[in-house]
Design a protein around this ligand. Structure first.
Ligand SMILES: CC(C)(COP(=O)(O)OP(=O)(O)OC[C@H]1O[C@@H](n2cnc3c(N)ncnc32)[C@H](O)[C@@H]1OP(=O)(O)O)[C@@H](O)C(=O)NCCC(=O)NCCS
Length: 292
């Protein structure tokens, strides 16, 4: 039986719950196919993670209507690509096609639609999975692919040096935080701070040399003006760990974070790629997986 052609159109707020299901289906299938037996077995998103995805994506539909797209046929939603544009940087936030419909060009059409939103931006970023279909698409769209390390485990508190000069951040810190982000990636995080603050608490350096969003389970985003300050911030995040702590998205340009994580007793493994165009991987900088 021949499958009906897909139609590509802008995403609407009402599409977001169905898009979340497609996204979870696609990543669960990918995880089942690629997770080595030495790692914990893949699982579906928790209801909390699904709700977070829906809230964040609904915000992107509002803030970036030109960057959020779906593919559908007469049976329903088949795929999505959501992206955001912040000053001079464009970022791909989520990208997935339903498992039964992959490899037939739907992803290419979705990415082309999302990239229309990048016109005029000189820098582009995507945090990529290991799916060869995704990597082909990104490479063909002009992205250079940089492998990432992920560190995970229980923090050995006895090995953590004490750090000073770190405090909770407030909205008053935003202007200098924006400047740090402009330096690293060409654009402030603007309204995305609302979604980032739901991933972790904002911690900043007293001297305005960096900030991070961290929870007891991991660090979501870290940006600093130099490696010593980045190290101090990451140590402060590790000091708040409870149970398993995750440091993700560590590119080769951020070896300092591998060292801090290993010294704290975490285990490293390879995990996906950072794709960049018009820029080098930022450093010292640990990006958020979706909002980069
Ligand atoms: C990544 C994804 C969105 C791409 O959508 P898609 O509809 O599968 O993509 P397309 O069919 O347009 O392109 C896939 C490319 O990979 C190739 N391909 C297809 N099956 C493949 C396979 N098993 N291995 C390697 N390459 C393959 C296709 O030939 C095509 O390349 P080409 O255009 O150079 O010929 C989709 O595969 C997906 O949802 N993957 C799981 C979730 C994921 O990893 N998302 C990306 C997050 S960063």
């Amino acid at each position: 039986m021949q499958t009906a052609p897909a139609r590509i159109r802008p995403m609407r707020a009402a599409d977001v719950p169905a898009a979340e299901r497609v996204c979870d289906d696609a990543f669960y299938a990918l995880d089942l196919a690629t997770t080595p037996p030495s790692l914990p077995a893949p699982s579906r998103r928790t209801p909390e993670r699904s709700a977070t995805w829906i809230t964040r994506t609904t915000r992107l539909v509002e803030s970036d209507p030109g960057g959020t797209w779906v593919a559908e046929d007469e049976n329903g939603l088949l795929g999505l690509a959501t992206s955001l544009r912040r000053e001079d940087v464009w970022c791909l936030a989520s990208y997935a096609v339903a498992p039964g419909r992959q490899g037939a060009g739907i992803g290419a059409a979705l990415l082309a639609a999302a990239l229309t939103h990048a016109e005029g931006c000189s820098r582009r970023m995507v945090s990529a999975s290991t799916d060869p279909r995704a990597l082909r698409r990104y490479h063909r769209a002009g992205f250079a692919l940089h492998p990432q390390v992920h560190l995970s485990g229980e923090v050995d508190r006895d090995r953590l040096p004490r750090v000073a000069g770190v405090r909770p951040g407030t909205a008053a810190d935003r202007p200098w935080m924006d400047d740090v982000d402009r330096h690293h990636r060409g654009g402030a995080h603007a309204g995305d701070h609302v979604s980032l603050a739901e991933r972790g608490d904002l911690v900043v350096l007293d001297d305005r040399g960096g900030y991070a969003y961290a929870s007891p389970g991991g660090v979501a985003l870290l940006a600093a003006t130099d490696v010593d300050r980045a190290r101090t911030l990451l140590l402060a995040c590790l000091a708040g760990a409870e149970g398993t702590f995750e440091i993700g998205h560590v590119t080769d340009a951020n070896q300092w974070a591998v060292r801090v994580g290993l010294d704290a007793g975490l285990a490293p493994y390879q995990s996906g790629f950072l794709g960049v165009a018009g820029m080098a991987p930022p450093s010292p900088y640990l990006h958020d997986g979706a909002l980069l």
